[in-house]
Design a protein around this ligand. Structure first.
Ligand code: ZN
Length: 426
């Protein structure tokens, strides 16, 4: 049973097939699954690979290119091993090679597209089944005969519900890469990737009190050519090479944000979260809120930052609306949870009404709360209990009272503190 973390950075491209599995086996469905599912259907474009093929531009020549041989060579040569984890650039190198071929109108064999989609970084990102997406976007961006398709796709900003949205995101990024193609290749070759871990470790050491160095297991890091999202998966963290090239410091901070999650996992009381599943929701707010202190400055502006990543303003507005509604959302979580606990609403009603309450992976509301705690001088207490959602709620309540926000009820806090009682089971 594996569900992907749905930090906002991975929210768009969730595996719907897994969700479908749970929907067809409702007895296995838990609050967490529904919460995540709601996130996806609210904010994700359909997860079918885009069929936006450049149908009018299928005139590329079909002569054989020696690309496959080259690909064989690079797959065995470009992983940088370090003492603690791998920093893997296979996907980037394959992508560069394929893009060069496409730009020269050389045929790219099906097996090569397969190799690309199954290269390490894309596999880490969970994109191995997205060959069509990668191929379409690459062809639209790089093929000399794709100008018309490219212009059509990039004309204006597509809505996130548009089935071509994800393709357009990639194409926009690939076209941007073309603007500094040789500099990007130099960067890929010359950057000191081993320094990433050093910088991330230092950042976390300075950030967290009583930092236990030995618990910081560095994940594998895979660079891809995709969108600007940083994805944290079981197999490692993936990041777009072009984003990292343009914003290396932000890239390191984003990676540190993800590493914080893996570090924090050592301290999470999963047994307790399972017995009181709404704690999972509060835990997520705390987890993302604290992680965002690492990579999002206090003056973080989602409108600017999302635009930088190629996302539509629609998403930034969603973020801002969620932030503005934090108090209302906490009030709703409070009353719905108590209604369920008092058996005034059914489990299904409770799931339905609370799932999706904190959109975008909980980041906007989590970050709003942690920023508020910092502004009220509670950062030390927040970080001293960085994996304790109940303390997080108590700190929130202190500040909420001063800020005229909804204060979570005593009943809710009691429920959070109960442990494995019959009533707390969902
Ligand atoms: Zn996160």
């Amino acid at each position: 049973m594996h569900l992907r973390t749905i930090a906002f950075r991975g929210a768009f491209f969730f595996e719907h097939s897994q969700i479908r599995h749970y929907l067809s086996n409702p007895q296995k469905l838990t609050y967490k699954h529904l919460y995540i599912y709601q996130e996806c259907i609210n904010f994700a474009p359909p997860n079918k690979l885009m069929t936006y093929v450049i149908q009018n531009n299928q005139t590329m020549s079909h002569r054989f290119s020696p690309l496959l041989l080259f690909l064989f060579a690079v797959t065995t040569s470009c992983t940088r091993h370090t003492a603690e984890s791998d920093i893997n650039l296979n996907s980037v190198d394959l992508f560069f090679a394929v893009a060069d071929s496409v730009a020269q109108r050389q045929e790219v064999a099906e097996a090569t597209w397969d190799s690309l989609a199954h290269s390490d970084g894309y596999v880490m990102a969970g994109w191995q089944k997205r060959k069509g997406l990668i191929r379409n976007a690459l062809l639209i961006a790089f093929h000399p005969d794709s100008t018309k398709a490219r212009n059509t796709l990039l004309q204006g900003q597509l809505s996130m519900s548009d089935p071509r949205f994800h393709t357009s995101l990639l194409v926009r990024n690939y076209v941007d890469m073309k603007q500094h193609w040789s500099e990007l290749q130099d960067f890929r070759r010359d950057y000191d990737y081993a320094s990433i871990q050093k910088q991330a470790r230092q950042t976390l050491q300075q950030f967290l009190p009583n930092f236990v160095d030995s618990l910081l297991t560095f994940p594998n890091i895979g660079f891809i050519c995709g969108d600007a999202e940083c994805r944290s998966k079981r197999s490692g963290i993936t990041l777009d090479i072009n984003y990292f090239y343009k914003y290396p410091e932000e890239g390191i901070r984003v990676l540190t944000h993800e590493m914080f999650h893996t570090y924090r996992a050592h301290f999470e009381d999963h047994e307790r979260f399972d017995s009181i599943p709404v704690l999972w929701v509060v835990n997520n707010l705390q987890n993302e809120g604290i992680a965002d202190l690492i990579d999002k400055p206090l003056d973080y502006d989602p409108v600017i930052e999302y635009a930088k990543m190629g996302y539509p303003e629609q998403l930034a507005q969603m973020y801002l609306e969620a932030v503005a509604a934090t108090s209302d959302k906490m009030a709703r979580l409070d009353s719905l949870t108590l209604s369920w606990a008092h058996q005034q609403i059914t489990k299904e009603e409770y799931f339905q009404q609370t799932s999706g309450l904190f959109p975008l992976g909980g980041h906007p509301n989590g970050r709003y709360i942690t920023n508020l705690l910092v502004a009220h001088g509670l950062q030390d207490q927040l970080l001293a209990h960085f994996a304790d959602p109940v303390t997080f709620l108590l700190l929130y309540n202190q500040v909420a009272a001063r800020e005229n926000l909804h204060v979570m009820s005593e009943g809710f806090i009691l429920l959070m503190n109960s442990h494995s009682s019959q009533n707390s089971k969902y």
